[in-house]
Design a binder for this molecule. Structure first.
Ligand code: NAP
Ligand code: COA
Length: 266
């Protein structure tokens, strides 16, 4: 299989209706795959499905489901319907996430729990729920992490804790599922331009400039560059890669945790 040939393969992207995750769905659709996405908003799902159908190979199936990853039963139902439509998943991406910038003392218990529930528990629900539908051997499972997983960052207690947990899930499930021929990895995007995540972390031109200045390669990344790593991880060129947490960030996480004070909301 060529790195860009996913014809006839099946891909499920949780959180696939916008931003980085939609970029990943786009790349697989453009490489010939059948693609299913799920997120909360039916309108966003419908918009993304329409766009993806415009990119898809003739005969490829593109499907979308409205489900909240915090609800294990709802996501299980979406996974089952997607499996019915596109068959065993060759690629599973878990990328749904939530974020806001606030000090720990500015977060209620519910605020902290909300991000843990979406990012960490949601990833468990997606991976645990999808296991029965993964191609064995051969499936590539990818969770979308963030550098907060290893760079302690002020005003990101919830995200730091949640994404560190996501990367531990990656490592543990790589060990548990490796014998079945399932590989499990995390991609750690750096600052990616024109995304909701960056709008939250850098809400002003000055804050954006500060982010750019902190990237050794001197620019923000693109959603297509994150998608390229997802294609690589799911290709024959990465068949011995599992349990890896891979930054795709222009070197931005080398400098440690960021100063997000300009984005404080509480
Ligand atoms: P985004 O556009 O807001 O993407 C989040 C996606 O997840 C949306 O499709 C959203 O759709 C869905 N979602 C949110 N909560 C959900 C829930 N409870 N259940 C199901 N789906 C849910 O954000 P993004 O900036 O592209 O971020 C995507 C991923 O990259 C995240 O995992 C984020 O942590 C990671 N990341 C981003 C950056 C960056 O620079 N942007 C950097 C590092 C890591 P609905 O609203 O329809 O649910
Ligand atoms: N500061 C402190 N607490 C905040 C907050 C902020 N800026 N924004 C939300 N919260 C708290 C709320 O106050 C609430 O707690 P409370 O009821 O005790 O006050 C809790 O978080 C849940 O908020 P709610 O709006 O009810 O949650 P939701 O489930 O509708 O939305 C979010 C979840 C808050 C993460 C929302 O921003 C979201 O849906 N984000 C998805 C998109 C995104 O974040 N993309 C970037 C990915 S990196």
């Amino acid at each position: 299989m060529d790195i860009n040939d996913f014809k006839g393969r099946s891909v499920f992207v949780a959180g696939g209706s916008s931003g980085i995750n939609l970029g990943i769905a786009r790349a697989f659709a453009a490489c010939g795959a059948n693609v299913a996405i799920a997120s909360r908003s039916p309108e966003r799902v419908a918009g993304a499905v329409a766009e993806l159908r415009g990119l898809a190979a003739a005969g490829a199936r593109i499907e979308g489901y409205s489900a909240d990853v915090r609800d294990a039963e709802a996501i299980a139902a979406a996974l089952a319907q997607a499996h019915e439509a596109i068959g065993d998943f060759d690629v599973l991406v878990s990328g749904a996430a939530g974020n806001f910038v606030a000090p720990a003392l500015g977060m209620s218990a519910k605020g902290f729990r909300t991000v843990i529930d979406i990012d960490l528990n949601g990833t468990f629900h997606v991976l645990r729920g999808a296991h029965q539908f993964l191609r064995k051997p051969g499936a590539s499972v990818i969770s979308i992490s963030a550098s907060q997983a290893y760079n302690p960052t002020r005003y990101q207690a919830h995200v730091c804790a949640a994404k560190a947990g996501v990367d531990m899930l990656t490592r543990v499930l790589a060990m548990e599922w490796g014998p079945e021929g399932i590989r499990v990895n995390s991609i750690v995007p750096g600052p990616i331009g024109d995304t909701e995540g960056m709008r939250r972390l850098a809400p002003t031109p000055e804050a954006t400039q500060k982010f750019v200045a902190s990237v050794p390669l001197g620019r923000m990344g693109t959603t297509a560059e994150i998608a390229d790593m997802a294609l690589f991880l799911s290709s024959r060129h990465a068949q011995f890669v599992t349990g890896a947490v891979i930054p795709v960030d222009g070197g931005s996480s080398l400098g440690g945790g960021r100063d997000l004070s300009a984005a404080l909301t509480a």
